[in-house]
Design a binder for this molecule. Structure first.
Ligand SMILES: [Zn+2]
Length: 273
């Protein structure tokens, strides 16, 4: 082995690890850990409490959701107990798709009745974010609800006639009408409703403020209040509501934060071990 390689290897091994500085991108669920010899009773970030659990070896694992629009920067997280430990999360700007379209004015606006319905729909979805679901552990290994081509990525930002629309808070997966949608995690069905923009929609709570939403469905296979297992068929892909073709819109919220569903799939330590 050449000398410079040995030097490089020893340098990388000697690089100090700052265990209490975490890095995340807008829209990530991140796992944070703490080695503490005193018990912890709260994990906080952005004024909210986040779930944590002690592993068999005594390490405490916590999970935090970074909202899609959280400004890049350094933010404290606090492990509260007899002794308080303050760590930091360094949040990086996400690289999201930007598109600009021009449409005739009539096409881009809704009448008063439609606006009223859209607001009621949004509120019904928002209500599910605060519903208590008695499930823990929540982070068992998640899987994709459908196989297909991702047509609109998370965070995509559209400008219509120069005005910024809401960023895309989930991912769109194109798949033929009737394709079965599977629950990516176990949970409880919190909402099944026909909506103006979202079409037929299902919301599932996975515990500790983690909620998933499925929109534009052609058919639902579950009822409100039903417990679902990971991988269970919950619906069929469709193009209901404001949609230009058969696809699944899959969104995730964690304590209200808009989360990229992909970050859920790549969690390092699912808690079901
Ligand atoms: Zn979508």
């Amino acid at each position: 082995m050449p000398y410079f390689m040995i030097l490089f290897l020893s340098l990388s091994l000697a690089t100090p690890v700052y265990a209490h500085d975490w890095t995340a991108t807008q829209g990530d669920i991140i796992e944070v850990t703490l080695n503490s010899n005193t018990p912890i009773n709260k994990l906080t970030y952005m004024g909210k409490e986040w779930p944590f659990q002690e592993a068999a070896n005594g390490t405490i694992h916590g999970w935090i959701g970074v909202d899609l629009k959280q400004k890049a920067g350094n933010y404290p997280i606090k492990w509260l107990g007899k002794k308080t430990t303050t760590d930091h999360i360094h949040i990086k700007q996400g690289e999201f798709r930007i598109s600009r379209i021009t449409v005739e004015k009539k096409m881009s606006s809704f009448d008063a009745a439609a606006i009223k319905r859209i607001r009621a729909d949004q509120q019904a979805i928002k209500n599910t974010y605060d519903m208590h679901v008695d499930i823990f552990p929540l982070f068992t290994k998640a899987s994709m609800p459908v196989d297909g081509i991702e047509s609109t990525p998370f965070g995509a930002q559209r400008y219509v006639n120069g005005a910024a629309k809401s960023p895309h808070s989930g991912i769109d997966i194109a798949a033929p009408k009737g394709t079965l949608v599977k629950a990516p995690l176990a949970g409880k069905v919190l909402l099944v409703e026909d909506m103006f923009l979202n079409g037929t929609l299902i919301a599932i709570g996975h515990g500790k403020g983690l909620v998933s939403v499925y929109a534009h469905l052609s058919k639902t296979l579950v009822k409100v209040g039903e417990q679902v297992q990971a991988g269970q068929n919950i619906a069929e892909v469709g193009s209901t509501g404001r949609s230009t073709g058969a696809h699944l819109h899959w969104g995730m919220r964690f304590n209200h934060a808009r989360i990229n569903p992909h970050s859920l799939l790549s969690l390092v330590t699912p808690l079901d071990k």
